[in-house]
Design a protein around this ligand. Structure first.
Ligand code: AP5
Ligand code: MG
Length: 209
């Protein structure tokens, strides 16, 4: 199954994609994670995108499309994948349709108040990228990932100014994809306000898994 997870920042796309990729034996393709890995590695891509991401803006379409095209058309790519955070513009969606036939697009709905609550408490593992939360899903030992022992940090773009910017960019450039995919008959919506366990159950029902 080839899926797109859509939704505002903090909707839970990464958390739900991690759960669903395990259930579907799929590849989790998160453009945000790929960019953060590049930044951590200090490689040319990381140097190019760091300031853009920290400010809550979008990386340019050409760079992002090429990255995903390489990931999805390379050797050893599974038949099932979940795109988390891609596409984020109509131009990206149109480019994607030239190299991948998507089965379903799932839009995770949450109001801004929930986004702010989630992002202001999010903690991320530097090593495995897992998303923890100070209140909703804290690791057992402060500062250390239960899954891999990695160091836990707060994303630069989870600071209040960057979150406000990300929400406005989402509304202008990404939210139009909801109607775009509804028009193609590919869209399903899930209420992403309940706790993550319940949202995963609803997702399993929707995907018949
Ligand atoms: P990206 O990393 O994709 O960020 P995002 O879309 O803003 O989404 P987030 O990762 O912030 O949120 P999420 O929906 O994954 O929520 P999560 O599961 O972590 O992109 C970062 C940046 O990279 C972009 O701003 C842009 O600059 C660039 N970029 C990426 N893709 C791009 C593209 N295609 N084009 C151009 N630029 C691109 O959950 C959030 C928190 O809430 C966590 O702490 C989690 O534990 C908790 N939580 C999750 N679900 C629940 C729940 N149901 N109940 C309670 N807590 C929950
Ligand atoms: Mg994410």
């Amino acid at each position: 199954m080839k899926l797109i997870f859509l939704g505002p920042p903090g909707a839970g796309k990464g958390t739900l994609a991690a759960a669903a990729t395990a259930l579907l034996n799929a590849t989790h393709c998160s453009t945000g994670n790929i960019f953060r890995e590049a930044i951590a590695a200090d490689n040319p891509l990381g140097l190019k995108v760091k300031a853009i991401i920290d400010a809550g803006k979008l990386v340019d379409d050409d760079t992002t499309i090429e990255l995903v095209r390489e990931r999805l058309t390379g050797d050893g790519v599974k038949d099932s994948y979940i795109l988390d955070g891609f596409p984020r513009t109509i131009a990206q969606a149109e480019a994607l349709s030239s190299f991948s036939a998507i089965d379903k697009v799932i839009n995770f709905d949450v109001p801004d108040s929930v986004v702010i609550e989630r992002l202001s408490g999010r903690l991320v593992c530097r090593k495995c990228g897992f998303n923890w939360h100070k209140t909703f899903n804290p690791p057992e030992k402060e500062g250390i990932c239960d899954k891999c022992g990695g160091e836990i940090y707060t994303r630069e773009d989870d600071k209040p100014d960057a979150v406000r910017k990300r929400l406005s960019v989402y509304r202008e450039q990404t939210a139009p994809l909801i109607e775009y995919y509804r028009g193609k008959g590919l869209l399903d919506c899930i209420d992403a306000r309940p706790d993550a366990g319940l949202v995963v159950e609803n997702l399993k029902k929707l995907l018949h898994i």
